[in-house]
Design a protein around this ligand. Structure first.
Ligand code: AMP
Ligand code: MN
Ligand code: MN
Ligand code: MN
Length: 278
């Protein structure tokens, strides 16, 4: 199997490496083709494409779109997108616009818990206030010694149901898939095993994603535990989805898996990249 890694972040969202640094790392870890999939932005794609050309590896332009599906937040990765396509551009802009207000509310919730000025501090760790993410708040809470690591920041404060979690309306699933497809891209459901859904809702999510034009699901990802691969492999085959593979890499010390270091997709699956001319 060619070593495709189709889910990675840079400093243009909540990653720690610049697009160029990410591509250079991927070329050292043996990746044949890499996607940059920052949250709700395509800002880093031009730099990453150029770095991939220099490094001699393949590049897949991508994005990870934040979606609200009922009370559940889903992530939909768009691959082989055209970042200049107007519908996608406007859709992503509208999501980014919402991030600032949400971040202010997270800052207020943390202030009530006794952590003052976290908004400004998180903002200082981000490139742009419209891509402020919970990860920036988590990093700041680690820096100020409130928690021992990022995971603890989510477990204690920032995850759903914890005191600094604020609910927020992201894009509709149907819209996210349409924006991606209208830009010529392939819609991939990111880390389906991360959503806290009972089997019936899980089936419903997959059916609706398919009905809206979703083409693939991530099976092997740094955001699944290895023991989850088999279930999502089965779901891909049962629902007729192509399969994707990606580290969901955020940076040194923060992600369990470097780009390209995941196991291959099982031979029974059809890799999402097999449908692309390359
Ligand atoms: P946001 O889009 O601002 O809500 O932030 C979501 C990001 O936070 C995800 O893409 C992950 O990078 C990170 N994240 C979410 N939940 C966790 C968790 N339990 N542990 C560590 N990172 C998490
Ligand atoms: Mn992230
Ligand atoms: Mn995600
Ligand atoms: Mn991600």
């Amino acid at each position: 199997m060619e070593n495709f890694d189709l889910h990675n972040h840079s400093t243009n969202s909540d990653g720690l490496l610049s697009p160029t640094e990410l591509i250079e790392l991927a070329s050292r870890t043996g990746v044949d083709a890499i996607a940059l999939t920052d949250h709700d932005t395509t800002e880093g794609l031009a730099e990453a494409a150029q770095a991939a050309r220099l490094a001699g590896i393949g590049f897949v332009p991508g994005v990870e779109v934040s979606v609200s599906w009922g009370d559940t937040v889903l992530h939909v990765v768009g691959l082989q997108i055209d970042p200049t396509a107007p519908e996608l551009r406007h859709g992503l802009e509208s999501i980014r616009a919402g991030r600032l207000g949400r971040a202010k509310r997270i800052g207020e919730a943390l202030a009530k818990l006794g952590f003052e000025n976290t908004f400004d501090a998180a903002f200082a760790l981000a490139k742009d206030d419209r891509l402020l993410s919970r990860t920036h708040f988590a990093r700041h809470l680690v820096e100020r010694g409130a928690v021992k690591d990022i995971q603890a920041a989510f477990d204690k404060y920032l995850a759903k149901g914890k005191p600094a979690y604020v609910s927020h309306r992201w894009a509709e699933l149907e819209d996210a898939v349409r924006w991606i497809r209208s830009s010529g891209g392939t819609a991939v459901l990111a880390h389906p095993g991360r959503y806290d859904l009972k089997p019936m809702m899980r089936e419903e999510m997959l059916k609706q994603f398919k009905a809206h034009g979703g083409a693939a699901i991530e099976v092997v990802t740094g955001s699944h535990r290895p023991e989850q691969y088999a279930l999502w492999q089965r779901e891909a085959l049962e629902h007729g989805f192509l399969a994707s593979r990606g580290a969901d890499y955020h940076g040194p010390g923060e992600s369990p898996c470097e780009p390209g270091r995941l196991p291959p997709l099982h031979g029974s699956l059809t890799p999402v990249w097999s449908t692309w001319a390359h």
